[in-house]
Write a protein that binds this ligand. Structure first.
Ligand SMILES: [Zn+2]
Length: 511
């Protein structure tokens, strides 16, 4: 692999504190065979090394590749017809979405992510949503293969569940409340791809053995605490420990999930996981909107990490996660878009901005995350939760060259105070469209906004063609079933009086 010098007006190598970063002005990175050899002033590096090429200019800022630490699918649910709604009804409304080719969907989305500066993603895929009639391993492999084709790093996990498929109670108890024809159709739907725990673990072992590479990690994922039996949670946790791999789980996303814990275990779902011995540094949880103070202590003590998804939490009416106390207590927090970015795209620079703005508590002495806190979440902490922290997250000798060049011209136009900190400038004003060049492992994946491994237009044309087929009978029936069952789901949750309590943040008062 060739060597290169990647240069910029500013090279942000790493965050060093809540408001500080190591930035080399007129700096450069020299990489050989994908490994960062030296970081320093461009004038010195260009004198000392004779690389195959020089990438960048004095209009660029050079940063470590960004990490999207929670992601599921390419075409967004909105693109597929599902409006934002509370999670509990939204997941049933999603049955009406058409099936999408997993390979093309992933490749399309990887392009979108690369274009916004994402070089590593935590991809979490629901096993039950993979096309039926194909072995679980083969179906999941299509997604991993698409990432391999794209050149991105991925921590891939297949998520599964074995209970409470419709509402937050036993399936048969809920089905018994429905008209019998509706109950029969719903039962068929939740068993559309029957997967035993053994099948699931076997597919994961196979993925781990056959699909792990330098750029691909295979994780395992119980979908959420209330969606998995204790037996399943223990078996998955055992699997992660035996194979020294990561465990990714949705957690406390909605108030109903927190209340489920009180009803079933008389404790929060996180405390239940702790009791089962599931938590630890290999565990990352998505959302965590409804974490209590005690939960935050548990996370800090056990080294369990959180993947924060601010736009998704807003869109699905989940609430605002307690980021300020999490950061205060030293919990590792990474940032994920959950394919529900504020602009319905996968622009991580804009997600960083949402994350920075949504936690600004009223009051002159109140906490608010800094640009540097957010940048740290999207780089170092993202690398940590995806288990790539030895390779990426900072620009330092010995690390792999995952590097993004951002064009600062639009950000600075027509004027930006020259004293502005570059990390502030990126988090306040950067957008995916400013990303110019993206490098993974020293390999240029996107050069001057042009993909190097494939023709973007051709991939999109293939994807469009695959989506031009009329809906199958199976898809039409699933949509009709979703519309029939939704009022029953809504009614069931309406019987839960929402818990009241002391909020982490005070945004406003009614009296
Ligand atoms: Zn999610």
């Amino acid at each position: 692999m060739p060597s290169s010098i990647i240069r910029g007006k500013h090279v942000v190598t790493k965050i060093t504190g809540p408001s500080t970063a190591e930035v080399i002005e007129d700096g450069a990175v020299f990489q050989r065979d994908g490994e960062i050899v030296e970081v320093g002033p461009y004038s010195e590096l260009s004198r000392r090394h004779h690389p195959d090429e020089i990438i960048g200019s004095s209009d660029h800022v050079v940063i470590p590749g960004l990490v999207n630490a929670h992601h599921h699918v390419g075409l967004t649910p909105f693109q597929l017809g599902a409006l934002d709604a509370p999670l509990e009804t939204w997941i049933i409304a999603r049955w009406a979405m058409r099936d999408v080719d997993p390979y093309l969907d992933t490749l399309y989305c990887a392009m979108q992510m690369i274009e916004s500066g994402i070089t590593t993603v935590m991809h979490n895929h629901m096993a039950s949503r993979l096309p039926p009639g194909v072995e679980l391993f083969d179906a999941a492999s299509q997604i991993v293969d698409a990432y391999e084709e794209s050149g991105m790093r991925v921590a891939f996990s297949l998520s599964d569940r074995d209970q409470n498929h419709l509402v937050y109670e036993d399936d048969e108890r809920f089905l018994a409340t429905l008209p019998s024809d509706l109950a029969a159709d719903a039962r068929r739907q939740i068993n559309a791809r029957p997967i035993t725990l053994e099948d699931y673990l076997t597919a994961n072992a196979e993925l781990l053995g056959r699909k792990s590479t330098d750029r691909t990690r295979i994780f395992i994922s119980p979908h959420n605490v209330h969606w998995c039996s204790d037996e399943m949670l223990r078996a998955i946790s055992d699997f992660a420990r035996r194979n020294s791999t990561g465990l990714h789980i949705h957690l406390h996303e909605t108030i109903y999930q927190k209340m489920y814990g009180a009803r079933h275990w008389n404790k929060t779902p996180l405390a239940h996981l702790q009791e089962l011995g599931v938590l630890g540094p290999e565990v990352s949880c998505a959302h965590g909107v409804w974490l209590t103070e005690y939960d935050i202590d548990i996370m800090a003590e056990t080294g369990t990490a959180l993947c924060h998804n601010p736009s998704s939490n807003l869109r699905l009416q989940s609430g605002v996660a307690p980021l300020n106390p999490l950061l205060d207590r030293g919990v590792t927090v990474a940032l994920g878009i959950d394919e529900a970015g504020i602009n319905d795209d996968n622009d991580i620079l804009q997600e960083m901005r949402v994350a920075q703005k949504i936690h600004r508590e009223p009051g002159v002495a109140s906490p608010a995350p800094t640009s540097h806190d957010i940048f740290h979440m999207a780089t170092v902490n993202g690398a940590k939760v995806t288990f790539f922290d030895k390779q990426v997250g900072t620009l330092e000798p010995g690390k792999r060259a995952d590097i993004v060049l951002i064009d600062t011209r639009r950000i600075n136009e027509p004027y930006l105070n020259p004293n502005t900190d570059i990390v502030d400038a990126l988090v306040y004003r950067g957008k995916g469209l400013d990303v110019d060049t993206v490098i993974v492992d020293g390999e240029v994946l996107l050069r001057n906004k042009v993909f190097q491994r494939f023709d973007k237009a051709a991939v999109i044309a293939r994807f469009k063609e695959s989506l031009s087929q009329p809906l199958s009978e199976r898809e039409l029936n699933r949509g009709a079933l979703s519309r029939r069952i939704l009022p029953h789901i809504q009614n069931w949750f309406e019987t839960w009086p929402l818990e009241a309590g002391e909020p982490h943040y005070t945004y406003n008062l009614a009296e």
